[in-house]
Design a binder for this molecule. Structure first.
Ligand code: FMN
Length: 195
């Protein structure tokens, strides 16, 4: 299988990035990670485990590869390197604006731009609230190009009890959006209540 690219940008929700990479590696999916400088900064604010420590653990997995944000010579910067698509999780409004306008000044943006030009799956997990019209227009532009815009919204009807429940739901959605799963696991699907 071709690798899945995971791009972490500097929006809130580092926990979703961590859980996404963990899920891909649990499935033995070849995974290529790139993280913006702001992504590292937010990770440091939000998680108790450091990015460097987590990276060191992931790097022991044979299916895991990491490239620094400014490494524009990394294979994922070229359309000739085959991938199964990319998820940007979380996706900052800054990075979304760049992708929507064809700007690729770092490896994360370039990898997303490659997905667009090669017609590969690109999934964005935007995190911002409230959204102004420029945010919305950027996402609309990308959605019209076939990008999956997947806000990390809880499914309240599943009655999530913890943040981990919400994150698991979002990661399940990402797996479906990346075409790695056909459907969410049964316990994350809406069931008509017996009443
Ligand atoms: C703690 C923290 C939380 C942030 N949360 C968000 C967010 O949810 N959404 C967003 O668009 N930007 C957020 N930002 C701002 C971005 O990090 C900032 O715009 C940055 O330039 C994004 O860079 P990047 O797109 O290269 O990752 C946050 C910044 C910090 C420090």
């Amino acid at each position: 299988m071709n690798p899945v690219v995971v791009g972490i940008s500097g929006a809130s929700g580092s926990m979703m990035a961590l859980a996404t990479v963990e899920e891909l590696l649990r499935r033995e999916t070849p995974t290529v990670l790139v993280c913006s400088n702001a992504g590292r900064l937010v990770w440091q604010e939000e998680l108790d485990v450091s990015f460097t420590e987590t990276l060191a653990i992931w790097q022991e997995h044979p299916k895991f590869t990491f490239y620094p944000i400014n490494d524009l010579r990394a294979p994922i910067a070229s359309g000739t390197y085959p991938t199964s698509g990319m998820v940007m999780v979380p996706a900052s409004m800054n990075s979304i604006a760049s992708v929507a306008n064809g700007l690729s000044s770092n490896l994360l943006l370039r990898a997303a731009d490659v997905c667009l030009k090669e017609n590969r799956r690109l999934v964005l997990v935007p995190r911002e609230s409230p959204l102004h019209s420029i945010h919305l227009e950027n996402m609309l532009k990308l959605a019209r190009m076939g990008v999956v815009v997947l806000p990390p919204e809880p499914a309240f009807y599943l009655k999530p009890q913890t943040v981990e429940d919400v994150v698991r739901f979002v990661v399940g959605r990402i797996m479906v959006a990346l075409n790695l799963d056909q459907a969410l696991p049964d316990d994350l699907q809406y069931q008509e209540s017996a009443c």
